[in-house]
Design a protein around this ligand. Structure first.
Ligand SMILES: [Cu+2]
Length: 309
């Protein structure tokens, strides 16, 4: 098994692998190699992004492994890859999971186990698309950007993951964040969120139109700092400045909420279409329900890296 030899070599050092990959005529599959996501890769080298560049200078696509486990979790929860690389999600547990994209960059293909066209179809179709024990799902990522995905049956348990293609999967913010999607349906989804104080919420434009995330000046708790995409100091300033402050397709806006209470906000160009939302911020001192996303441990970044808690 020549391929396994190469895989093993990857765990210990990438230079030899790159050299091998550049050879031709030996009959091996040299377009895609795996980085095992199992115990053997818990080495220093596994924290580095493979530089699978053969001597010709042409980059070889790399296949990464993210295990779906019964924790429930994706391990690793965040992976950085390069355009053209693929990710394989083997189910190493005993329950079924899905890999269902939630946010993909502008211009990128939607992806989901079961090959659904969008998230709604994937949800409706479940349990079609489930990855059973021993099965796996793979996807090749061509478009640069940040991809968020989750497991349909374990969404409430905080099972989600993030792939950074050509960019860090740690942006924005440095922890798991509830996300609000802004699509061409001219809605914030979800329209309302409840989060404990201190939570950073991330809005992402997933359609073709820019939006704004703009707090109503009289819609935030007394004493709370005004907030809006673009960083404006007041609602009127944000309105006047538009399209400054737009969250363009593929971009994100993040705001960390510290003041408990209800924050009401809207999208400047689509307010008339009813594009409004609320974030209810609960006291941090155990007064609220923690967001399920806080239960995940997804800190380190690296292909095949084991992220046992
Ligand atoms: Cu909008």
């Amino acid at each position: 098994m020549r391929r396994r030899t190469l895989l093993a070599a990857l765990g210990g050092g990438l230079t030899g692998f790159a050299g091998c990959a550049g050879l031709s005529g030996d009959g091996t599959d040299r377009t895609t190699y795996g980085v095992p996501g199992t115990t053997s890769t818990r080495t220093r080298s596994s924290t580095q992004t493979p530089r699978a560049t053969p001597s010709t200078g042409e980059r070889i696509s790399v296949s990464y492994v993210v295990r779906t486990t019964d924790s429930p979790a994706y391990r690793p929860g965040r992976v950085r890859i390069e355009p053209g690389d693929s990710v394989r999600w083997p189910n190493t547990g005993e329950s079924t999971h899905t890999v269902t994209a939630r946010i993909v960059p502008h211009g990128a293909d939607y992806f989901a186990s079961g090959e659904f066209a969008d998230e709604a179809s994937a949800r409706d179709g479940y349990p079609e698309g489930a990855i059973g024990p021993g099965d796996s799902y793979s996807h090749t990522f061509e478009v640069e950007g940040v991809y968020d995905y989750f497991c349909i049956p374990h969404e409430d348990a905080g099972m989600w993951g993030r792939i950074g293609v050509g960019v860090s999967p740690k942006v924005p913010g440095d922890g798991p964040s509830p996300d609000v999607r802004m699509s061409d349906r001219l809605q914030f989804f979800p329209e309302s969120l409840r989060v404990p104080a201190g939570t950073e919420v991330v809005w992402a434009t997933v359609g073709n139109q820019p939006h704004s995330v703009t707090a109503y000046g009289d819609g935030i708790p007394d004493g709370a700092d005004y907030w809006a995409s673009g960083g404006f100091g007041s609602e009127s300033l944000a309105r006047e400045a538009w399209p400054d402050g737009a969250v363009e397709p593929g971009d994100r806006f993040a705001h960390a909420f510290s003041s408990p209470g209800t924050h009401r906000y809207f999208c400047i160009p689509h307010e008339g279409a009813g594009m409004t939302g609320t974030v209810e911020v609960l006291p941090a001192d155990g007064g609220g329900t923690p967001d399920p996303a806080d239960g995940t441990t997804t800190t380190a970044v690296g292909p095949g890296e084991d992220q046992s808690r």
